[in-house]
Design a protein around this ligand. Structure first.
Ligand SMILES: Cc1cc2nc3c(=O)[nH]c(=O)nc-3n(C[C@H](O)[C@H](O)[C@H](O)COP(=O)(O)OP(=O)(O)OC[C@H]3O[C@@H](n4cnc5c(N)ncnc54)[C@H](O)[C@@H]3O)c2cc1C
Length: 458
């Protein structure tokens, strides 16, 4: 079967359709706009950028998203070609003229001899007899298709909200105040008894903190988010604070099972941070998902003892975002394990951002095309590449139980080891900027090998 269906003409679907069409496969691209609009899209153009016009850093040597840009360029990405053609001055970032960018993607797809575009909403999952299909319907997947995905994947496997807690750079935390301990010194699976960073608050500090949360300026739920109930398990911290003065002290800020080694007593309240990346450089504030405005988050969270000089790698948020539990559901070919004729791509797979979504679209398009053309599996990209690191994370590297959308970052890449230390006999490691640059160079070398490979057994 030399024809595939792509559902959704956003960043991922447009790139997937282009890649498959370039490989010689006939593609039918189904896009529901303008027949059925979404609340965020403003136009009927394909690959519309719904919010910012930035593709973030374009520095391939020092930044993981810049490296992903470069890998996509080398793999013949339409999204990157259009972005480069409609670039605006933005320092080291790649910002684009949003209308010029989307118009260029739309024109390229409309003109492609292997692509037919159908403006229609798809409301059910296509059966196997319809052939290979890529679902790239994004964070605003229409309700009917969302229900069909939910029915096919099970209740726990489709999320409608993205509840993000702030992430702090470890080296900006004051360890004259913070200490490492797991609650009740309990060892977790594969962990130790001191896996968390703990920050103590006394009674007054706690009360001031709760008052600041309640008074803090919040972002509103958009109309379309109001109708989607959020789960009790991921209530915003300020909503918990409003429920009563003690709610947080019995929730995410509970001090039980923890002892401050300096005062040798149990603090009145505690903020815990959990390791967020394999390298141990990024730490997640446990239970601190929030709808406070970003400026307010930095200001209020820096009142927590130990976080006075905190640098946030990412601030918290809570917004509508449809995504599947990819680590549980998808194989390395981005196929739904239970229905392998269906592939997923883009934000719905649990990657975050325009570039990451388009990158997963590129992979899905190539992998699907190889299958449609020859029935053979194309090898997935090696884990040393940004493509492979991201793919590896969503298809198994991330913990399925706590899976949340992810940007590409060097924490997802396998570590670099350069020989052994003659004194200790242990593997040596490169640190800091040199490490990123060595990883970036390693990635591009691995990418070239991968691009040269022909489809064959994976
Ligand atoms: C409000 C909002 C703001 C955001 N801001 C940013 C930002 O500033 N920067 C950033 O990097 N990322 C941002 N994102 C995330 C952004 O959506 C993704 O990065 C990117 O658009 C995802 O690409 P995608 O192709 O997966 O989804 P989309 O680009 O949304 O494309 C999905 C397409 O599928 C179509 N579709 C949906 N259901 C169906 C159906 N049943 N049948 C046919 N077609 C269908 C939609 O109309 C849409 O065109 C934002 C998301 C939202 C919701």
């Amino acid at each position: 079967m030399r024809q595939i269906h792509v559902i959704g003409g956003g960043l991922a679907g447009s790139e997937a359709a282009f890649q498959a069409a370039e490989a010689g496969v006939k593609v039918i691209l189904h896009e529901m706009r303008p027949t059925r609009p979404t609340f965020a899209h403003q136009t009927e153009a394909l690959a519309e950028l719904v919010c910012s016009n930035s593709f973030r850093s374009d520095d391939w040597l020092n930044n993981a998203v810049g490296l992903l840009h470069e890998e996509m360029r080398r793999a013949g990405s339409l999204v990157m070609r259009a972005a480069d053609a409609h670039k605006l001055p933005a320092g080291g970032a790649l910002a684009v003229d949003r209308h010029g960018f989307s118009a260029a993607v739309t024109a390229a797809l409309e003109a492609h001899p292997n692509i037919a575009i159908r403006r229609e909403e798809i409301t059910r999952l296509p059966p196997p007899e319809d052939g290979v299909c890529i679902i790239a319907t994004g964070p605003l997947t229409s309700e009917a298709l969302g229900a069909a995905i939910l029915a096919a994947t099970g209740e726990d496997s489709l999320a409608f909200f993205d509840a993000i807690a702030p992430i702090v750079h470890r080296d900006s935390i004051d360890f004259d105040i913070a200490w490492m301990q797991s609650r009740y010194d309990k060892k977790g699976p594969g962990g130790g008894d001191a896996d968390y960073i703990n920050l103590p608050l006394d009674e007054q500090q706690y009360k001031d903190f709760v008052a600041a949360l309640i008074a803090g300026e919040k972002t509103d739920f958009k109309d379309w988010e109001k109708s989607t109930p959020y789960f009790e398990a991921c209530l915003p911290i300020e909503v918990m604070a409003e429920r009563g003065p003690e709610t947080l002290r019995f929730g995410p800020m509970k001090p039980v099972g923890l002892q401050d080694p300096r005062s040798e007593s149990r603090p009145y309240a505690v903020v815990q941070l959990r390791q967020d990346n394999a390298l141990g450089t990024l730490w997640n504030m446990v239970g601190f998902q929030t709808k406070l405005r970003h400026g307010e988050q930095s200001r209020i969270f820096r009142t927590i003892p130990g976080l006075e000089n905190a640098e946030f790698a990412r601030l918290g948020g809570l917004h509508r975002n449809t995504f599947i539990n990819s680590p549980r559901l998808l194989d390395r070919q981005l196929r739904l394990k239970s229905q392998p004729h269906l592939r997923f791509a883009g934000q719905v797979t649990g990657v975050e951002g325009y570039v990451e979504s388009a990158a997963i679209g590129l992979l899905a398009g190539r992998l699907a095309a190889a299958e449609a053309l020859g029935g053979e599996q194309a090898p997935p990209p090696p884990p040393q590449t940004a493509f492979g690191a991201l793919l590896g994370h969503i298809t198994g590297g991330a913990d399925a139980k706590t899976f949340q959308p992810m940007n590409v970052n060097f924490g997802l890449f396998p570590d670099l080891e350069v020989g052994t230390n003659p004194r200790t006999g242990k593997p040596m490691k490169i640190k800091g900027g040199d490490r990123k640059q060595a990883m970036a160079r390693r990635a591009l070398a691995a990418l070239e090998d991968w691009l040269a490979k022909k489809p064959g057994p994976a």
